[in-house]
Design a protein around this ligand. Sequence first.
Ligand code: CAA
Length: 259
Amino acid sequence: MQPEHIIVHQQAATHVAHIQLNRPQALNALNLQLMTELKTALQTLDADEQVRVIIISGNEKAFAAGADITQMAGKSAIDMYNIDQFSTWDTIKKTKKPLIAAVSGFALGGGCELAMICDMIVASETARFGQPEIKIGVMPGAGGTQRLTRAVGKALAMEMVLTGRFITATEALQAGLINRIAPVELYLEEAVKLASEIAAMSPLAAKMAKEAVLKAFDSSLEEGLHFERKNFYLLFASEDQQEGMQAFIEKRAPAFKGR
Ligand code: CAA
């Protein structure tokens, strides 16, 4: 069945896939259907050998303005427990391929959290990041207190979570939340450029390197170093390792195949 709230663009030649959130009338608020469609698309693209890097974007006005408040407003705690809307995020988190968020306009609440679950963020000059859940009587529920704090540190995370203040793209860059800023008419192109650069590397090395970097967030240094070393050694089972090193020795560009 065709998804209703996302559009998937795929170009085999570049190995870059692009998922566009598409509920513009609600500033891409993340309702249950959209999140399920996103989860399914990511699972499909993660399993597709032609795809090496995945971009998630919204539109110029909004990446996503958070979880769908109208869908949640009348729910009881038991409804929330049974629906377990954040369980889709556990699957999204398992995406092995690098994920790039291309953010323009609002990235709020679940929208900011979705950008942060991605591995890198390219923002337009108009991007605004915030965790404004406090203003509607709740708090972040999909990683906002954890990933934001790890990215920008306690002081700014506390301020954003407790006051709901939005930060600009420039502040986000200074705080270490995002990778780069581009003019609004170029931010998507910039995200594709970054994705294409990564897609030219060995996809196996990229997946294992991503896994190892993420390990730094939930392990001791010793465990993380051990994990990193195992992945490093494991890559010597790949043809891409032989190709990469041979190409260096022969002073030519490598042609990685993902094997
Ligand atoms: N859920 C549902 N609908 C939303 C929405 C949301 N999170 N955000 C915006 N919309 C809808 C608005 O209701 C409006 O719909 P109608 O035209 O049918 O009235 C439409 O999108 C346009 O929004 P506005 O008219 O409000 O646009 P604006 O430019 O005046 O303001 C805004 C933009 C500041 C982003 C404002 O819409 C806003 O504050 N949105 C809510 C942001 C928010 O609180 N997000 C957190 C949600 S909770 C959460 O995400 C929990 C979690 O951890 C996962």
